[in-house]
Design a protein. Structure first.
Lengths: 276, 326
């Protein structure tokens, strides 16, 4: 189960596929997340509405699938930013002199000093500035990514340092390569392979972060659905409509589980000694 | 203890906190279009006339250049003066102290649950995996780790409070503030359990990995060949060497607990710092948001210092590397 990343990756692909299918189907009139059926407000799951309807009579199945597209999209942006910034700065710090390394490491530590949800909440709440110009999904992704890169930075920096001390670096330098070229052409590609193991755990963290922000009302906002703001609906109707919490939260759980299973599998592939 | 390393580590932590404070200040005060947004309604129906705006800017020191403002704010913050809330006009520090109790109560209960359940669970999984070669225990722990706190909170709320009526739905006390110890514990049970859930899985996974590594080590094999009982080998070579790294792990839990407290307190309307923070963010109450962000980063840095010190004390080679692999 945790020996190969296949199960986790399959789960993620299935969820992403469902989200894409919903996005493709809604222009044709199917699975419209905003269509109001006023005669069936807060209807429990049935043949017509598999996951029931919400307080405005909107189909929860459609909203869960579309919410998945929004949530997974924002999480993908956040993960990409965290990986790109962490890898680039980590490789630079790995070959930099003492001063450059100290400045970059201290900056990473400062970003790392904030609990991600707390920092993202504060930044999104402050709202104005250049962030306000972005659509909600990329905005949430950018802000969440900002607080997830330091862990990856440390990882790549340590790995680059280790490789920089190897004869490989001397050979490249002797052949006339500059320090930057050594870092990005010779060291970074090798440091990236072990980076595959923590990356899915970061992805899972960003999915959870988006959900938390949407739930608290600073992420992707209604009427556009996201797993986070659907769960806020769930809390609002907690005394009557269990399906509003169960289904979006279940999809959220499957997405995070997919990430973690993929991560554990990759970790065992890359460093088999960790598992027996 | 590793006294030689403590000085530079404290200096590095101090530098980290100053940079973190500057980031907070820059992001919340310098970056937004209008730091006085709290005084203006979103539809612009309530606005400030130029004279009021100038007076407020002078009062809050916003007419000075950014580095001067930051230095003054930091200087005041170091003496415990975090400014005055935009909303309530009361000192930020005093409001934080008033709200600290419920949050500490919630987190103390959660940490007790994490240690009391997470450690035995991880050790049990390590023994099982080593004995039977099964990985289902590991997959189950991973699934537990992947459970979204929010989702579990809502499901338990519905099941235990709404349907079965066993526990109160929200709040820290019954309406009106009454109730004895039993009522208080009933109110605490669900929030503490859901806050602990994620970290229970984290601790269990870590305990499993370290204990199993020790259990399968050469020392353990040597003990096995000498005829020691498996139980004894497990406690001596699996559990005992991992106790200090596990204690250090609790220092690294601060950010997770802080983020979790924000969510859980919001779900259960718990009157602590988490709900205070969310209310301040939504009302754009900049001084309160900054004060709490600073507090959270200070606690996170102290937590990892503690973890470093513990890891260094256990194994001098480990000094400065307490950050786990996850």
């Amino acid at each position: 189960m945790t020996r190969s990343p296949a199960a986790g990756l399959f789960l993620l692909a299935a969820l992403a596929g469902l989200a894409l299918a919903a996005a493709a189907a809604s222009p044709l009139g199917w699975l419209d997340p905003l269509r109001v059926d006023i005669d069936r407000v807060l209807a429990p799951p049935s043949g017509a509405h598999w996951f029931g309807t919400d307080g405005l009579g909107r189909d929860v199945f459609a909203r869960t699938l579309h919410g998945g597209a929004a949530s997974l999209g924002a999480a993908a942006i956040a993960t990409a930013i965290a990986l790109a910034v962490g890898a680039a700065l980590g490789a630079l710090a790995g070959i930099a002199g003492r001063l450059g390394d100290t400045v970059m490491s201290r900056t990473a530590d400062a970003f790392h000093a904030f609990p991600p949800l707390v920092a993202a909440l504060a930044l999104l709440g402050a709202g104005a500035g250049p962030l306000a110009a972005l659509p909600a999904g990329p905005r949430v992704g950018l802000v969440v990514g900002l607080f997830y890169w330091p862990g990856l930075f440390r990882f790549v920096r340590a790995e680059t340092r280790r490789l920089a001390a190897s004869p490989l670096t001397d050979a490249a330098r002797a052949a006339g390569a500059r320090r930057c070229r050594v870092a990005f052409r010779h060291l970074l590609p090798q440091a990236l392979v072990p980076l595959l193991a923590p990356a899915p755990f970061v992805a899972g963290g960003t999915v959870l972060a988006e959900a938390g922000l949407g739930f608290l009302g600073v992420g992707i906002r209604p009427p556009a659905p996201s797993w986070g703001n659907l769960l806020a609906d769930g809390l609002y109707f907690i005394d009557s409509a269990w399906w509003l919490s169960l289904f979006p939260g279940g999809f959220l759980f499957l997405a995070v589980l997919g990430c973690f299973l993929a991560g554990e599998g990759l970790r065992n592939r890359i460093a088999p000694s960790a598992e027996n | 203890m590793s006294g030689r390393r403590l000085g530079p580590q404290l200096a590095a932590a101090g530098a980290t906190l100053v940079v973190a404070a500057f980031l907070t200040y820059a992001a919340l005060v310098a970056l937004p279009g209008d730091p006085l947004a709290a005084f203006v309604s979103e539809d612009q129906r309530v606005t400030l006339d130029p004279a009021q705006r100038a007076a407020l800017e002078r009062d809050l020191g916003l007419d000075r250049p950014l580095p001067v403002r930051f230095a003054r704010w930091l200087g005041a913050a170091l003496t415990g003066d975090l400014g005055v809330s935009f909303r309530t006009r009361r000192p930020v520090g005093r409001e934080i102290v008033e709200r600290l109790g419920p949050t500490l109560e919630l987190n103390a209960a959660a940490v007790a649950l994490i240690a009391g359940i997470g450690l035995p669970l991880g050790w049990w999984a390590a023994r099982g995996a080593a004995a039977r070669g099964t990985r289902w225990g590991s997959a189950a722990l991973l699934a537990l780790y992947a459970l979204p706190t929010l989702w579990v909170a809502l499901l338990l709320q519905y099941l235990l409070s709404v349907r079965l009526g066993l526990l109160p739905l929200y709040g820290r006390t019954d309406p009106g503030g009454g109730g004895g110890l039993a009522t208080r514990l009933a109110h605490l049970a669900l929030p503490a359990a859901t806050l602990a859930l994620h970290q229970i899985a984290f601790v269990a996974l870590f305990a499993r990995d370290t204990a199993r590594a020790g259990f399968l080590s050469r020392h353990a094999q040597r003990a096995r060949s000498a005829g020691l009982a498996e139980r004894r080998i497990f406690t001596r070579h699996g559990v005992r060497p991992s106790l200090v790294p596990l204690a250090a792990l609790f220092g690294l839990m601060v950010p997770g607990l802080a983020s979790g407290s924000v969510l859980i307190e919001s779900v259960f309307a718990w009157p602590g710092l988490g709900t205070h923070f969310v209310q301040a963010v939504l009302a754009r109450d900049v001084p309160v948001v900054m004060g709490l962000a600073l507090l959270a980063s200070g606690l996170t840095v102290s937590g990892s210092l503690l973890a470093d010190a513990l890891a260094g004390a256990a194994d001098p080679r480990m000094a400065g590397t307490a950050e786990g692999r996850r």
